[in-house]
Design a protein around this ligand. Structure first.
Ligand SMILES: Nc1ncnc2c1ncn2[C@@H]1O[C@H](COP(=O)(O)OP(=O)(O)OP(=O)(O)O)[C@@H](O)[C@H]1O
Length: 335
């Protein structure tokens, strides 16, 4: 487990003191995938660098499985840092080295022998789907393939934790999907804990199960994605789920914003509620997305019929999250 304990970090710049992290505390369970999101300058990269022990916090502590990294001497710090993989959207490969040579580099530097090196590099080439490009040079690869090689190099030391700072930056849709698939496989097959800093909520939807929202260096929200869906005030939920366009509710007996999770709920809950309660249910706005493999819908629905309240209550009982009933009888806003 990674424990980030009341961590603050400031930088001096020409414009004065910049607080990059301000009293951030959170825990990341072993094997979890945490997405750290927030606007530009909110502190995501700084958090990634502090957790990867590349920078020391001004105050607070990073604990790795209980080990207080602030107490480590230089040698132990270096050894601990080697247990942490780090890759960014900016990570460069060595142009004069092949794909396999790039991945093998950290092993060469730490004196791992040839047969072991070959075995580990072979496994990672397989993981990133580039076995057939082992002898290719970076200039012969696509940008997405190069990024996958950079991820493999970050994993070759068999770290328990991989930090990926903006891993899909400047990649096209296919390139980004390839990198995310590799991160997902690394977690599933190698058991690494992932911390992914990104502004792209699609990245979080695709591979994360926990999310932390930073703004001006402060942690505003943190939790499991599916748990947060229950919180109508959650900013993270607003960003992860389809936007509801404002459309009129007039003419409906009830209007509500609902979140439906899973194939069965998304496909069947609304028609079933309509037929059970003899009401008319219309989707007025919203849409469908996925969290990992799970379909999730957020809709604004309008109901017509005497038993509209009963239908909404039933949708809630069957696992639908009913965030608000916006309007009372015939478009009058309910108290
Ligand atoms: N080495 C540094 N020297 C001076 N200021 C810095 C340094 N690193 C970060 N900062 C400042 O700290 C704040 C947080 O920066 P950080 O890069 O962590 O944000 P971010 O959320 O990763 O942003 P982005 O999404 O644009 O990458 C910003 O105001 C940034 O300018």
């Amino acid at each position: 487990m990674i424990t980030i304990e009341n961590v603050s970090k400031s930088f001096w710049s020409r414009t004065g003191n910049v607080v990059a992290l301000d009293g951030v505390s959170l825990e990341v369970n072993a094997g979890a995938a945490l997405g750290v999101v927030g606007p530009t300058g909110s502190g995501k990269s700084t958090l990634a660098r502090v957790v990867s022990l590349q920078e020391r916090p001004d105050t607070g502590a990073i604990r790795l499985d209980g080990l207080n990294t602030a107490a480590l001497d230089t040698r132990s710090l270096r050894a601990t840092r080697r247990q942490i993989g780090f890759v960014t959207g900016e990570t460069q490969l060595f142009k004069q080295r092949t794909t396999a040579g790039n991945i093998a580099l950290p092993l060469e530097q730490s004196g791992v022998d040839g047969p072991q090196r070959r075995a580990r590099v072979g496994r990672l080439l397989d993981l990133i789907g580039l076995t057939d490009k082992a002898a290719a040079y970076p200039d012969d690869l696509t940008a997405g393939q190069r990024r996958r090689v950079a991820v493999a190099r970050a994993l070759v030391g068999e770290p328990g934790l991989l930090l990926a700072d903006d891993p899909t930056a400047n990649l096209d849709t296919d390139g980004a999907a390839g990198v995310l698939a590799v991160l997902d496989r690394a977690r599933a097959e190698l058991g690494v804990t992932l911390l992914v800093a990104t502004q792209d909520t699609a990245v979080v939807r695709r591979i994360c199960d926990d999310i932390a929202l930073l703004d001006s260096g402060k942690l505003l929200e943190h939790g499991n994605l599916f748990d947060l869906l229950h919180d109508p005030e959650s900013r993270v939920v607003q960003e992860l789920l389809p936007v509801i366009d404002e459309t009129g509710s007039v003419g409906h007996d009830r209007t509500a914003d609902i979140v439906l999770i899973g194939f069965a709920a998304v496909g069947a809950l609304l028609p079933e509620a309509a037929s059970r309660f003899g009401v008319q249910v219309s989707v007025l706005g919203g849409g469908l997305t996925r969290l990992g493999e799970t379909p999730v819908a957020r809709f604004r629905i309008g109901l017509r019929g005497e038993r509209s309240d009963g239908a909404l209550g039933w949708i809630g009982e069957r696992g639908g999250i009913v965030h608000q009933q916006l309007a009372g009888p015939r478009g009058v806003v309910a108290a």
